[in-house]
Design a protein around this ligand. Structure first.
Ligand SMILES: Cc1ncc(COP(=O)(O)O)c(C=O)c1O
Length: 369
């Protein structure tokens, strides 16, 4: 059989399907002209809050801003430390730096690549103010354990749910159990905009009110500046688009889960490591990755067959140049470092076909034969 290529992601696919509805939603905003903090922002905030099961959602410009502003709204800043997993996208830790606090890295569990709860306590100091679990790849982190530690040590929990729209932790949506949670609507996310966008979810009236000020120049009313705020608002056009796409999120996540189940079945006898969800959680497979010491060779072999892959992520955060001044050394976080050396993300997107998954899995099997 002749090899067919498979893209790493195909963002056009679902947009073509929804084209008519998206154009109509954009047209409505064009007619109204309420481009900044317009009615669609409020409407989407309410819809997303109801979807997540939280009291408030506050739309901001990006997922990075959602993390930054959540921490600020909780009063985390200068002189404080925040516990962050050593394996995640760098922006998880950047949010802490933007707030003026220091990220303190903790290793992840190999099972779900989330903060390893048994390693958290050793990293807590008198300066620690918050724990920032990341639901990496769409696998919910060990929230019960993390919330228990946070409650006992009087710390905030800010969830980075930027890769986990719709994931479930023991029946609750990822992003609904911390003091605040950050979502990104970068186009390739499980729920993506047509550009940048972000959201904070919280059930605290106070935190939500602070966020509404912070995102809009610190203004409770026009030209009244209570604090040095920011310009970080979710665009009305993006909110309108996201409102259309939210209705599809569960179906798209189900398609990702189906593809993941097929990958698992087809790769069962292949010598690669696979992450797996914690008991009682339903992941949303933002990324489907395999772990192998022959990662670079496997990536090259798939590339030669026209198969797109990704590296999420090929460096642990404590070893990134931007964080070296925090004193991290190779060997500090062995699981994160192993993932960085071995991880390879395979094609995964809603609408990926059975044939595409079979093509990828067959190439992976052929590589190890
Ligand atoms: C885990 C994680 N945290 C934070 C971010 C930052 O989101 P954004 O790109 O919208 O700023 C992203 C995505 O880019 C992410 O994947």
């Amino acid at each position: 059989m002749e090899d067919k290529g498979v893209p790493f992601v195909d963002l056009g696919l679902k947009h073509r399907e929804l084209g008519h509805y998206l154009v109509a939603a954009i047209g409505t905003v064009l007619n109204k002209g309420d481009f900044v903090l317009g009615s669609d922002v409020e409407k989407f905030e309410a819809e997303f809050a109801s979807y997540l099961g939280v009291k408030h959602c506050v739309g901001v410009a990006t997922g990075s801003d959602a993390l930054h502003l959540s921490l600020r709204a909780l009063g985390v800043g200068e002189g404080h430390e925040v516990i962050v997993p050593a394996m995640t996208f760098a922006a998880s830790a950047f949010g802490v730096c933007y707030a003026g606090a220091k990220p303190v890295f903790v290793d992840v569990s190999e099972r779900n690549c989330g903060l390893d709860p048994v390693r958290i306590e050793a990293a807590i100091t008198p300066r620690t103010r918050a724990i920032l679990p990341v639901h990496l790849y769409g696998f919910p982190a060990a929230m019960d354990e993390i919330l228990e530690i946070a409650a006992r040590r009087n710390l905030f929990v800010v969830e980075d749910a930027c890769q986990a729209h719709g994931a479930l932790y023991k029946g609750r949506r990822a992003g609904s159990s911390g003091d605040a949670a950050a979502f990104s609507f970068f186009p390739s996310k499980n729920l993506g905009a047509m550009g940048d966008g972000g959201m904070v979810a919280t059930s605290s009236d106070e935190v939500a009110a602070r966020l509404r000020l912070l995102r809009n120049y610190g203004q409770p009313a026009k030209y009244v500046h209570e604090s040095v705020g920011y310009n970080s608002r979710l665009d009305t056009l993006q909110a309108a688009v996201l409102g259309v796409k939210l209705a599809k999120l569960d179906a798209w996540n189900a398609q990702r889960r189906e593809a993941a189940a097929l990958y698992r079945a087809l790769l069962a006898s292949v010598p690669v490591g696979l992450h797996s969800p914690l008991e009682g959680t339903e992941p949303v497979y933002h990324v489907f990755s395999v772990l192998t010491e022959r990662r670079d060779e496997l990536q090259a072999s798939l590339k030669a067959a026209g198969i797109g892959t990704g590296l999420h992520y090929n460096q642990a955060l404590h070893l990134q140049k931007c964080f070296l001044d925090l004193g991290g050394q190779p060997g500090d976080f062995p699981v994160a470092e192993k993932v960085a050396r071995q991880t390879l993300s395979l094609p995964m997107f809603p609408g990926i076909t059975k044939e595409q998954v079979e093509t990828v899995a067959e190439r992976v099997r052929a590589f190890f034969r």
